[in-house]
Design a protein around this ligand. Structure first.
Ligand code: AMP
Ligand code: MN
Ligand code: MN
Ligand code: MN
Length: 276
């Protein structure tokens, strides 16, 4: 059976390797079908597609869209989109502008907490002038000695209630699903186990996603426990959604799951790739 990895990042967002290097690494790890899903960005897809063609693996054009639902940030992975679609491309460009403004506010919030120079520090980690993310701040804060590991920086500084966190309004969930469909793609709710919602909140989130036209749940993800694979597989079956899997790989030494090192989808779900 083909090995799928449908969620990863390159230097066109907050990953550490260029798209061609991500593709080469995926190929070396035995991936047959790879989706490059840079945050709010499509610009790495041309290079990835060319590299995949040369390497003999299948590249699915993707992106990971930042959205807001009931005040919390929800990521929607787009799979199989047309990178030339103007509706999607223009909408993502607007989200990236919002990211730049947010970066200034994050730096101000950190300065108010006694950490100076975070904007310039984060910029030294940015690898595409088009996109800045909290990951770039996190890498700088580790370098500056404010935490030992990336996950500690997020826990101490960059998440709701912490000194470097600023509220931000992303796209509306339903709007993002619409752009993905306009570009011919499928919308997958990314790593749902990460969202800070209770059981009824999760059911509401997933059913609103389904009602908005959402296609699939990312069931297998390094953000999930084995028990959660089963829980999200059940949600997918009950809601009539398909199931996806992705390593959410960002770079050597920075990700808990290697490219392609994904367990099989639980039995009984319909894979997101069934009609590919
Ligand atoms: P942003 O989209 O700018 O808000 O940044 C979100 C990114 O931060 C995610 O895609 C991850 O790459 C990274 N991130 C979020 N939480 C953590 C964490 N606890 N540990 C490591 N990276 C994280
Ligand atoms: Mn990321
Ligand atoms: Mn994500
Ligand atoms: Mn991701």
């Amino acid at each position: 059976m083909a090995r799928y990895d449908l969620h990863c990042h390159s230097t066109h967002s907050d990953g550490l390797l260029a798209p061609a290097a991500v593709v080469a690494r995926a190929r070396a790890r035995g991936v047959d079908v790879l989706a490059l899903t840079d945050h709010d960005e499509l610009s790495g897809l041309a290079e990835a597609r060319e590299a995949a063609l040369a390497a003999g693996i299948t590249l699915i054009c993707g992106s990971e869209l930042s959205t807001t639902w009931e005040g919390i940030t929800i990521h929607i992975v787009a799979l199989g989109i047309d990178p030339a679609n103007a509706t999607l491309a223009d909408s993502l460009a607007a989200i990236r502008v919002g990211r730049s403004a947010r970066a200034r506010r994050i730096a101000e919030a950190l300065a108010a907490a006694g950490i100076d120079g975070a904007y310039d520090g984060a910029m030294r980690y940015v690898t595409s002038e088009r996109l800045v993310s909290r990951t770039h701040f996190a890498r700088y804060l580790v370098e500056a000695g404010h935490a030992r590991e990336m996950k500690d920086v997020f826990a101490r500084y960059l998440t709701p209630g912490k000194p470097g966190h600023v509220p931000h309004e992303w796209a509306q969930l339903a709007e993002a699903v619409g752009w993905i469909h306009a570009a011919g793609g499928q919308a997958v709710i990314a790593h749902p186990g990460r969202y800070k919602v209770d059981g009824s909140g999760m059911r509401r989130l997933l059913s609103e996603f389904r009602d908005a036209g959402g296609d699939a749940i990312e069931v297998v993800s390094p953000s999930h426990t084995r028990a959660q694979y089963g829980e999200f597989a059940t949600h997918a079956r009950v809601l009539g959604l398909r199931a996806s899997c992705g390593s959410d790989w960002h770079g050597p030494g920075e990700s808990s799951m290697e490219l392609g090192a994904l367990p099989d989808l639980p039995v009984g779900v319909v894979p997101v790739w069934r009609d590919w």
